[in-house]
Design a binder for this molecule. Structure first.
Ligand code: ABU
Length: 367
C-alpha cells in the first residue's frame, strides 16, 4: 500500500497526524473572522499567545488522543513547532498574529494517494500548512506514488471579503445565505479542507463561510479528471456554516451521523437515500452552547466530531454519553477520551487529526 492512502472517513486507520496546541495564539479579528468571548458582557476578545496553562491543558488531551490511537496500533505523527505569535505582512494583507496547529483537518486532506493543501480562508491561517510540510516532504520522498497538490493561494486582500457581512441584520443574513453569500466573495478560489468529506470516488464539499463557489469549481476541475466526483452540499438552516464535520459525518458504508439542527438540502439528500444510506441524527450534546469554553468559536455540535478508527470503532468525547449510547446501539465499539480543553481551538477529535493512511481503496458507493 502507498505510504499515503486514505479514500474515506472510516476504513481502518494505520497512520494519522494529531494536532498540537504548542505555540497557539488567539485568533485575531480580521475580515473573515470576528471572534467573540462567549457569555455575559461584551468583553474584548484577547489577542496574542494563549496562556501556558490553556496550552498545557489542550496538549495533555491531544497527547491522550495520540496515546489511545497508538494503543490501537495506529502510527501517530505530530506537527513541527511553529511560532504563531509572528505577525504577517504580504502584498495583500497584514495580520497581528497567526493561529495554531491544533486542527490539521482544516488545512490538509488526503485524497487517495494524494495530499492536498487547502487555500484557507482567513489571514491568520494563511501559512498553516507549514507545521506539516516536513511530514509532507517525508511522505513525498518516501514513495513516488504519493501526489502533492497545493491549491492557489488567494490574496486575502480586503476585496476578497464582504466587510459588512458581520453587521448584516438577521433578516438580511437569512435572505442572502439562501444564495450562500457569506463573508468571502466569489472572486477568488477559497476553501478550507474541513469543508470536504470523503466517500471513495465521491467527495462532498460544503459551500460555507470558509469555502466559496470558486473553491468548489477549482476542486471539481482538479479532482474530477483524476476520477473523483465532487458534490457541492448545503445545510440551509446553518446560518454560520464552516466545516462539514460537525454537520454530516459518515461512519461506515451506508451510515451517516447527521445534525438535527442542520438538515441537508432535500435534493442533495437523495444521493444517499436512493442508494440506501441511513441518516441518523446525533442526540442533543451534553455541553450546551452556553456551557462552551468562553474563547471557543465553534458550536455545541463539536459533540459529533468523532474520529473513526475503523468501520466498527469510533472515538467519542468522554462526556458525550448520549452520543456514545447511540454509537453502541448502531453496533460500534466506542473508545472515549477527554477533549473539552481542545474545544477553544475550534475543533474536536476529527478536526484535530489528519489521516494519512487507512486500509482500502477507491470504492464507488453511489453507482
Ligand atoms: N471546526 C468545526 C466547527 C463546526 C461547528 O461549529 O459546528
Amino acid at each position: 500500500m502507498p505510504v499515503v492512502n486514505s479514500w474515506n472517513e472510516w476504513d481502518t486507520l494505520r497512520e494519522v497526524v494529531v494536532g498540537s496546541a504548542t505555540g497557539a495564539c488567539f485568533e485575531p479579528t480580521e475580515p473573515g473572522n470576528r471572534p467573540q468571548v462567549r457569555g455575559p458582557g461584551d468583553l474584548p476578545f484577547p489577542t496574542g499567545p494563549k496562556s501556558d496553562e490553556a496550552v498545557h491543558r489542550a496538549d495533555e488531551q491531544l497527547e491522550g488522543l495520540a496515546a489511545v490511537l497508538a494503543g490501537q496500533g495506529v502510527t501517530v505523527r505530530r506537527p513541527e513547532p511553529y511560532d504563531f505569535s509572528r505577525s504577517l505582512r504580504t502584498p495583500g494583507f497584514e495580520v497581528e498574529n497567526q493561529y495554531c496547529a491544533v486542527c490539521p483537518r482544516d488545512v490538509m486532506i488526503t485524497l487517495g494517494n494524494e495530499i492536498l493543501e487547502a487555500t484557507m480562508s482567513r489571514r491568520a491561517r494563511y501559512f498553516e500548512y507549514e507545521p506539516y510540510r516536513k511530514l509532507v516532504y517525508g511522505y513525498w520522498e518516501a514513495d513516488q506514488r504519493v501526489g502533492w497538490t497545493v491549491a492557489p493561494k488567494p490574496t486575502m486582500a480586503d476585496s476578497m471579503y464582504r466587510q459588512d457581512f458581520w453587521e448584516w441584520p438577521l433578516e438580511e443574513r437569512h435572505a442572502r445565505m439562501h444564495d450562500s453569500e457569506f463573508c468571502v466573495t466569489q472572486d477568488e478560489v477559497v476553501f478550507d479542507a474541513a469543508d470536504m468529506s470523503r466517500f471513495g470516488r465521491d467527495i462532498l464539499v460544503q459551500e460555507s463561510m470558509t469555502t466559496n463557489r470558486a473553491g468548489i469549481r477549482w476542486l471539481k476541475r482538479t479532482l474530477e479528471p483524476k476520477g473523483f466526483r465532487v458534490h457541492p452540499v448545503h445545510f440551509p438552516l446553518d446560518y454560520f456554516p464552516s466545516h462539514i464535520d460537525c454537520t454530516f459525518v459518515p461512519l461506515r458504508p451506508g451510515l451517516i451521523l447527521t445534525n438535527p439542527d442542520r438538515p441537508i438540502r432535500d435534493a442533495e439528500r437523495r444521493m444517499f437515500t436512493e442508494n440506501d444510506w441511513k441518516l441518523v441524527d446525533a442526540p442533543e450534546p451534553v455541553l450546551t452552547n452556553d456551557d462552551m469554553p468562553p474563547y471557543c468559536q465553534s458550536s455545541k455540535w463539536l459533540s459529533m466530531n468523532v474520529l473513526s478508527v475503523s468501520p466498527d470503532t469510533v472515538i467519542c468525547e468522554e462526556q458525550e454519553k448520549p452520543l456514545q449510547d447511540l454509537m453502541y446501539s448502531l453496533g460500534f465499539e466506542v473508545l472515549t477520551v477527554p477533549f473539552r480543553d481542545v474545544f477553544e481551538y475550534g475543533g474536536s477529535l476529527h478536526c484535530a487529526t489528519w489521516d494519512i493512511r487507512r486500509d482500502g481503496t477507491r470504492e464507488d458507493y453511489f453507482p
